[in-house]
Design a binder for this molecule. Structure first.
Ligand code: HEM
Ligand code: CU
Length: 603
């Protein structure tokens, strides 16, 4: 008792100092960057106040800039994770371990998973939401612009920590030619435990880089949670009064539900990672046999892990629901039911985690109940699919690149989703668990639905973001190639799984060779397709034809010219000098200029 008193006193003094500091701060005249979304209204915060050049990107708190940073970061991470994927598929071209050694193979599928799930999918969706959600709501910015910036800037260091082993390996090799001690670099090997980090393996592997990676994942979880809180508060507090819940657009609805899932799931992952760190470094026994045992890890991990798969996919569903009607010339069929199904998926997703553990020898009665809930979650998913199809029914379809992406996403979701329903059935899962069937199932979604929805968004909003148009023929060809590549890569994996090929092995019996080679061919098609997308985006952002009419997609005709496009139109008109720019007289000189992609985020 006695020794706690100084601690409590210290804490009290600390709090008092903090309180005094904030009192003082709040007495000062209003800061130009108040953490409220109203900053731009009250102080006329325009782009001209941003520092020029590269400094702008390091100091920005503008949601559009941060959105672009997120998208760039996520794309870069995706390319890194895709390099891993190409390495995996190259090794699997031949049955023996001929290309990489087994350790490298194990490391590569581990970092592939981490990079794609934590540093590609969620950051890119956060970026898209950052850019368009305030525009869709009619808000000036997110509720906490600075927290937004902090959340983003935590991601690059966490990626470096998670992938550290490879980086230190390369540094070690380069520095190793000089007469210096490289033991530290060599000690940190790439992690090779699988993205699910199952104990006891993850506790007992000596590689210290594992602990660094766990800290990196923890940090990325903090960043993701901060972004989620920001979105939740924004949707609740930054909506204009006339925008009721029934009028909230479908993408914002999906981001709201996704953020709620993040808020409930990621802190749990964070605590679980800390327990693993303690077990590894401080002799605790959370996951030791005499403690909670390896099953405790699996329960905690999958209680996060299953909601995580919906955290990944719900924003994609949001984009499909938002973009699809624009190219069908009709309103989204069953808007309400799509919202309800999103919420239902969100709730149910916390009740199915043990379907990842059917093969562990858990109580059969528990297994049965998890099977029932897992089968039930297919219902809201199917409701979405039916509503999308009904939206297209009798619509006037315009097969522009965004719609082709969306149709592709709907198709891959049918196969990806239904294969999941099979897995949810205990007797089937006992046969297929840990085979390539599971890999095929989830990749049809994480490579089919998710990137296709992102690319649909990129083709849909590219003119709004850059003020320029891309090469539409190339875009259509790229999308078709991506859809073909997805099926060519992952349908063979489903069959390989049925044939009994286990996942996470770099070596396999020769009877599996043909299907593996087809899958690798598909993966290279995917690579080509992504390359074409990249070329189109970069080249068009630089020299694509300038957009002069904001109604790029003829949305006015069908009454679907939504807020973000209205914002774009206002901005174009402002630039043309039809409308006096508000507030800052400094921007008057810009009014006669054509749309310049370099100042896309200025007004
Ligand atoms: C239609 C609803 C779905 C059902 C019923 C379902 C069911 C399942 C089941 C039972 C497993 C475990 C298989 C095993 O390891 O033996 C599984 C694995 C997986 N599913 Fe699904 N799934 C569904 C949708 C999704 C979606 C939408 C995603 C992704 C966005 C997804 C991603 C995954 C992933 C990543 C794994 C593998 C995790 C791992 O072991 O590394 N699933 N699914
Ligand atoms: Cu699951």
């Amino acid at each position: 008792m006695l020794d706690t008193i100084p601690g409590v006193a210290l804490a009290a003094i600390g709090l008092a100092v903090l309180a005094a500091y904030y009192r003082l701060r709040s007495d000062r005249p209003a800061m130009s960057f108040a953490d409220g979304g109203t900053a731009s209204v009250t102080v006329g915060l325009t782009g001209t106040e941003k520092p020029a050049g590269i400094l702008r990107w390091f100091t920005t708190v503008d949601h559009k800039d941060i959105g672009l940073l997120y998208i760039l970061f996520g794309t870069a991470a995706a390319l890194w994770g895709a390099t891993d994927a190409m390495m995996i598929r190259t090794e699997l071209l031949v049955p023996e371990s001929a290309v990489w050694n087994v350790e490298t193979y194990n490391a590569v599928f581990t970092t592939h998973g981490f990079t794609m799930l934590f540093f590609f999918v969620t950051p890119v969706f956060t970026g898209i939401a950052n850019y368009v959600l305030p525009l869709l709501l009619g808000a000036d910015d997110l509720a906490f612009p600075r927290i937004n910036a902090i959340a983003f800037w935590l991601l690059p260091p966490s990626l470096v920590m998670v992938r550290g082993g490879l980086i230190t390996d390369v540094i070690g090799m380069v520095v190793g030619v000089l007469p210096v001690d490289v033991t530290l670099f060599e000690a940190l090997e790439p992690v090779a435990m699988g993205w699910t980090m199952y104990t006891p393996l993850s506790v007992e592997m000596a590689n210290p880089q594992i602990s660094v990676a766990l800290l990196g994942l923890h940090l990325s979880g903090v960043a993701t949670t901060m972004a989620a809180i920001n979105f939740i508060v924004t949707v609740f507090t930054e909506r204009p009064p006339e925008l009721g819940w029934d009028k909230l657009d479908i993408f914002s609805w999906n981001i709201l539900v996704t953020s709620a899932l993040i808020l409930l799931a990621f802190p749990l992952l964070g605590s679980t990672l800390i327990m693993l760190l303690l077990d590894r470094n401080f002799g605790t026994t959370f996951f030791a046999i005499e403690g909670g045992g390896p099953m405790l890890w699996q329960h905690l991990f999958w209680f996060f892990g299953h909601p995580e798969v919906y955290i990944l996919v719900l924003p994609a569903f949001g984009l499909v629901s938002l973009i699809l009607p624009k190219f069908c010339g009709r309103r989204l069929f069953g808007f309400r039911f799509i919202v309800y199904s999103t919420i239902a998926i969100g709730i149910l997703s916390f009740g199915v985690w043990a379907h990842h553990m059917f093969a562990t020898g858990m109580d059969p009665r528990l297994r049965a109940s998890f099977m029932a809930v897992s089968l039930a979650i297919a219902i809201p998913s199917a409701i979405k699919e039916f509503n999308w199809i009904a939206t297209m029914w009798n619509g006037r379809l315009r097969l522009d690149a965004p719609l082709i992406c969306i149709i592709g996403a709907m198709s891959t979701f049918v196969v990806g989703g239904i294969t999941g329903v099979f897995l949810a059935s205990v007797p089937v899962d006992l046969v297929l668990h840990d085979t390539h069937y599971v890999v095929g199932h989830f990749h049809l979604i994480v490579v089919g639905v998710i990137p296709l929805a992102m690319i649909a968004a990129s083709y849909y909003w590219f003119p709004l973001i850059t003020g320029r148009m891309y090469n539409q023929r190339l875009a259509r060809a790229q999308t078709v190639l991506l859809i073909i590549g997805t099926f060519v890569t992952f349908i063979p994996l489903l069959i390989l799984g049925y044939m009994g090929m286990p996942r996470r092995y770099g070596i396999y019996p020769t009877e599996f060779i043909t299907l593996n080679q087809i899958a690798s061919l598909g993966a290279f098609l995917l690579g080509v397709s992504v390359f074409l997308w990249l070329v189109n985006m970069i080249q068009s952002a630089r020299v694509g034809p300038v957009v002069r009419d904001a109604d790029v997609w003829n949305l006015k005709e069908t009454g679907q010219f939504t807020r973000e496009w209205q914002w774009f139109e206002d901005r174009l008109e402002e630039r043309r000098g039809k409308v006096e720019p508000e507030g800052d007289p400094g921007s008057e000189s810009e009014t006669t200029r054509a749309v310049d992609p370099d100042d896309d985020a200025e007004s």
